[in-house]
Design a protein around this ligand. Structure first.
Ligand SMILES: NC(=O)c1ccc[n+]([C@@H]2O[C@H](COP(=O)([O-])OP(=O)(O)OC[C@H]3O[C@@H](n4cnc5c(N)ncnc54)[C@H](O)[C@@H]3O)[C@@H](O)[C@H]2O)c1
Length: 385
């Protein structure tokens, strides 16, 4: 909508579907803007990312249609890379950009959970500012695990609005939980299990077939480091990404707080921070999921047999199923904290069968919580075995 001065010639025009509503009141005038926002992002799954003939790192963020419009004289890229990944692949990354004649800067950073901080974001911002990027056509590239992708994403959005941003996930967890990209062959086993936790989450919430695949072949997949030549691994990562996108895409701004992807994320943030750096993100998520499986069982949603199958599957994926610091007191505090951020109503995703779930809006009764904690501890704590 275009507002016009009274003496201007009358014209009609539409800039966008945005609407502006004006209201006069005794206090003054107010304008309310209703602006439909279309948000487009692209996910590319590819091999040989650092092959000089592969365009993904340069143009992977653009649609085919836009690609033809952009032919800059000089191609600039700013790359933030996790320190460990830099040690492993830094030379290849450099070789790639050199061979494509790109003007680039590579910034290796210690992007681990302990260092995930605003200082890191500020450092990136300063370096990007010194290097200088065109806000529309020159993306920031992040290469690393979930921490690297998170901090660089925040920096990109703070630098200039809508600065394009390419994520290259290098851990399994980062790969399946929002993006896809690099191989995982160099990852230690513990990091692979860590990523498996987020895959198991989607399996328990939405996909019985995926659960059965993890149950039957999870251990072998870990042994083979989920290389794509193995059909089960390729199917697992693909279904994990698809189920994750089905949940995330319609609710990008989290307008709807009823999110199945929050399973395993109600108690785990408190636990993870309390014992940092003892538990990886996915490990804390798994402990939370395991406890909630006991809650589901005591609510009559899962049979004893189903509960045992989930626990066996978790153990097969080398994931922790219990932790001494996940006390009843911590669980109470975490759930209350969660309630404070849930617009007044509890929102608890719980499995109702293998591969099916519902969001429950009632608080778990104290009695049931302590029964679940007791049963969980007596069945799974190392002392009680
Ligand atoms: N934004 C989202 O949607 C989203 C979703 C899930 C998780 N997260 C965040 O992601 C983080 C967890 O991610 P993560 O598990 O990838 O942890 P991470 O980023 O800390 O990486 C784990 C470790 O692996 C190392 N590493 C990374 N790639 C490697 C490789 N190819 N070979 C060897 N070592 C490698 C890193 O240096 C680090 O020490 C958490 O902070 C979590 O909050 C964000």
């Amino acid at each position: 909508m275009v507002r016009q001065r009274e003496d201007a010639p009358e014209t009609e025009g539409k800039l966008s579907d945005a609407k502006i509503f004006e209201k006069q009141s005794s206090d003054g005038v107010s304008w309310t803007v209703v602006s439909p926002i279309v948000f487009t992002y692209k996910i590319t799954q590819c091999e040989n990312l650092l092959d000089p003939n592969n365009d993904t790192l340069l143009w992977g963020h653009l649609d085919e249609d836009h690609l033809h419009d952009i032919k800059p004289q000089v191609v600039k890229r700013f790359i933030v890379i996790d320190d460990t990944v830099h040690q492993l692949y830094g030379a290849k990354v450099k070789e790639y950009f050199d061979s494509r004649r790109v003007v680039y800067k590579i910034l290796p950073l210690p992007t681990t959970e302990e260092n995930k901080s605003l200082e890191l974001v500020t450092q990136i911002l300063q370096e990007v500012h010194d290097f200088g990027l065109d806000r529309r056509s020159e993306p920031i590239v992040a290469v690393g695990g979930g921490v690297c992708l998170d901090v660089v994403g925040l920096a990109a959005s703070l630098y200039r609005r809508r600065t394009p941003y390419i994520r290259v996930p290098t851990t399994l967890l980062a790969y399946v939980d929002a993006s896809v990209g690099a191989k995982t062959g160099t990852l230690p086993q513990r990091q692979l299990s860590n990523g498996m936790a987020e895959i198991l989450k989607m399996a328990l919430m939405k996909h019985r077939g995926l659960f059965e695949l993890l149950e039957a072949q999870g251990s072998q997949m870990l042994e083979s480091k989920l290389q794509s030549s193995d059909a089960a691994s390729a199917c697992t990562t693909r279904v994990a990404i698809e189920t994750m996108l089905e949940e995330l895409a319609p609710n990008l701004w989290e307008d709807d707080l009823d999110r199945l992807v929050d399973f395993g994320h109600l108690i785990s943030p408190q636990l993870e921070m309390k014992v940092l750096p003892a538990l990886l993100h996915g490990e804390a998520v798994n402990i939370d999921m395991c406890f909630m499986v006991y809650v589901s069982h005591l609510r009559g949603l899962l049979s004893a047999e189903e509960k045992s199958r989930v626990v066996r599957c978790m153990l097969g994926l080398n994931l922790p199923v219990w932790h001494q610091d996940c006390t009843l007191d911590l669980i109470h505090k975490a759930l209350n904290e969660r309630l404070r951020h849930s617009a007044g109503s509890p929102r608890m995703p719980l499995p109702t069968a293998l591969g099916q779930a519902e969001i429950f809006h009632d608080m778990i009764e104290d009695d049931l919580l302590s029964q679940a904690h007791h049963m969980w501890t007596s069945e799974l704590s190392p002392v009680s075995k």
